[in-house]
Design a protein around this ligand. Sequence first.
Ligand SMILES: Nc1ncnc2c1ncn2[C@@H]1O[C@H](COP(=O)(O)OP(=O)(O)OP(=O)(O)O)[C@@H](O)[C@H]1O
Length: 715
Amino acid sequence: MPRLAFDIGFCAQLGKLQGTVRQGVFDAWEKFERLTLDQLFKDPGLKLETLQQARDRHIRTIRIDKGTRGVVLAPSSGDTFVLLRVMPHDKAIDWAVKQKASINTVTRSVELRDIAMLDELTPAYERIAADTTPDQRLFGKISDGDMAALGVDATTLRQARVLTSVEQLEVFAPYFPPDQREVLEYLAADFTVDQIWREVVAVNLAAAENDTDPVDTTDYATAINRTSTRIAVISDGDELRDILSKPFDAWRVFLHPSQHKVAYRASYSGPAQVSGGPGTGKTVVAMHRVRHLLKFLRDGERILLTTYTNALVAALRSGLAALVDDEELRERVDITTVDALASRVVSTSRRPLRGGEEEPRWQQAAQATGFTGTTQFLAQEYKHVVLAQNLRTQEEYEAADRPGRGRALPASARPLVWRTIQTFVDQLAADGLRTYLGTCSEAADLLGEKGPRYRHIVVDEAQDLHPVQWRLLRAASADRPDDLFIAGDPHQRIYDSKVSLKALGIKVAGRSTKMRKNYRSTHEILSWSTGLLVGRPFEQLEDDSRNETLLGYRSSLHGNGPQLHAAASAAGELDALVDRVRAWMENGVAPDEIGVTTRFNKDVEKAIAKLVAAGIPARKLRADSAEGTDAVRVGTMHSFKGLEFRCVAVTGVNEDALPFSKAVTPVEVDRLQHEADLMSERCLLFVACTRARDGLFVSWAGEPSRFVLEATRAE
Ligand SMILES: Nc1ncnc2c1ncn2[C@@H]1O[C@H](COP(=O)(O)OP(=O)(O)OP(=O)(O)O)[C@@H](O)[C@H]1O
């Protein structure tokens, strides 16, 4: 029976298609389901036409509605057709005649290239290359055999061989088949053939791993089935209606094989982890994992999906709704922050301490016991030693190692510190107050007594969780296969939490995967942002004695680099912000696709006031606000964690804001803490910049942050 499958390129167009065109696509799909091959070719409404000028006779067009045509791959064998694009009549013909489809003998998948454009470009570049020797060319050191092993076919090889620079590769790149283009980009970035084989090519072979037969390059039916990363075969009308009706998110339908492998692995024998830089799809993988686990959930069992902020809880909720249609099934997933889970478990009427309330309370406790050191020291000792190590008695505290603390504390000084901390804790309870971490500790104890609540826990933004929060999560699920699935990125650690999962007894060795492909930001934005962190050591989540790296972390999206703007004054910086946002909007970016972020709350208010006064709708980023309100979102850098926008303005990037001196422990109070705090400030700017998909604007007034200067130098 014939069928019409859908190429990712068509799916990406969906957001821009009108309702009548979508209906036309649905009707065409239905016709393919209903008619025989012979009837299809003869159908007067469909007009499955060949094109006279076509470079590939397998590329045809079909009628979608008046004035609109679909370009399809119509293989001469098999009966699966692929809808590649939908365009106005003339444009469709013009595009269709230039394309050529083929089956890659290494990846065994269907590929599409703009052969007309490649053929047009190549002779000109051949002439330029004639002045160079082969080993001066971009891929001069890569043998034909290695190229072939990586799936670069003879046509692409001939074109790649004439390239002499990365800039030239960028000119050719949009016209190459996407998988081959990715291989060439990795080669150009000096990755070894082995690395590329393992990380780029072999993952694509997952679907065909048992297949050792020679590839039949005419068998499109088989190849289409194997191209699940770019071609969706849909056999159910409701599923298609669902895809056509929602704004299209590629991640719902097309997972990269490396993502699929991690998310849909039948079972892990214990905790599993996925790590990777910003925008590598960790949240996407976490949501798909929940979908997988839901399929096997027994009666009475529940899943906890947890993340760091309420804004992210809201995003996960709508993401999961897009992925799992069945509402009853979705209700078996609690989506919440760890702090909210803790309050629910403890079910207390005590109020959590607000930001500015903690320090005076430490002062009171210090006065009560006669402690003369800083309140900062006490707060950090409580957080990083007492709570982190779950110390319950003075004896335990006196005997404890204090890893990560940069100031020695002799045994003789510890009883007084302990008494002061206890005074702080007791006084809080007496006043009907609590701290978030203290509540997590109580909740972990309670669950330890009552038993776990969840069959599976999926953790996103794991890098910022404190050991006490991990203790709570550990207590919330029994120690069994598939108990914990953890997604996080140590480069985005912006809250002062140090954690080694290994030390907490959460062992992910052998069940840990790193993602390298960035799906969010353009290569230009990504490489500038990565410059903020280059050369700095990052402790891995699972084991703080091992370092994580951003090596091999890449994007294949291209666009403009960040625009840096030095303003003479704060007022001038706000004017520049208005100009920038207005220019984005004039270029077709909707207000709610724009994010404006800054270090301090007070500047958030100022930016909103300025934008609104200039007639640009803007409002504060809030977790509970309805999605889709057409206004620019403005928020602190901390509140932007985990989110993304088409365009982002990062403002107020001054030396006195990043690093912010009050957020950095003085070196004389604690040397190691000082270093860690500086790193958190650096990561905060990295997080802010990596929220941008294709437009990034970074501005300051007066002296720029040292981080910006370093990133610019690193380029
Ligand atoms: N396979 C995919 N195909 C297309 N888009 C994808 C794919 N995987 C992820 N994306 C998109 O990439 C973007 C980043 O994904 P996601 O938020 O999951 O990354 P992340 O690693 O959690 O990022 P961060 O750590 O920066 O918060 C999202 O827009 C997501 O929809």
